[in-house]
Design a protein around this ligand. Structure first.
Ligand SMILES: [Zn+2]
Length: 149
């Protein structure tokens, strides 16, 4: 925006306003959490800044999970063992630089597009349209980001 480069005049008000928003999100870790979701890299355990990482899932992992899914229970017979052995496809969180498999056929969400609870809710609505969502651990991911665990 051109007005942001102007040192004085109407533009400076805009700069001040945006700086106030930035300082609100850096008051304390607790305050920051209210505004922004923190994504932690599974490889280096450090937070991921916008533009440097993603939430992703490997389609091959989804295919594996769907193939291994225990059969629907019939009558009174539920194969608990099969369910306990079953692992949903795993949503991974990585810095691009830490991603162990850059060539994987992944479904990718950049962290800057999932930085707030509202955006994560939007992704959840979108992903609920996918037949494969139930074969993944998306529920765990949103429970974690909701602070439920
Ligand atoms: Zn990392």
């Amino acid at each position: 925006m051109a007005s942001e480069t102007r040192p004085t005049g109407a533009g400076s008000g805009l700069i001040a306003a945006s700086k106030t928003i930035v300082s609100q999100s850096t008051d304390s870790p607790q305050e920051a959490r209210r505004f922004d979701l923190v994504w932690i890299c599974e490889t280096c355990s450090k937070p991921i800044d916008n533009g440097t990482g993603w939430v992703h899932i490997d389609y091959r992992d989804i295919n594996r999970a769907e193939k291994d899914l225990p059969p629907e229970p019939t009558g009174f017979r539920v194969d608990l063992g099969a369910w306990m052995d079953w692992k949903p496809a795993h949503w991974q969180v990585h810095h691009k630089a830490c991603d162990p498999d850059m060539d994987a056929p992944d479904y990718v969400i950049d962290v800057d597009r999932a930085r707030t609870h509202a955006k994560l809710l939007g992704w959840t609505a979108h992903l609920m349209g996918k037949t494969w969502l139930d074969s993944t651990d998306w529920q765990e991911l949103i429970e974690r980001q909701a602070g439920a665990r």
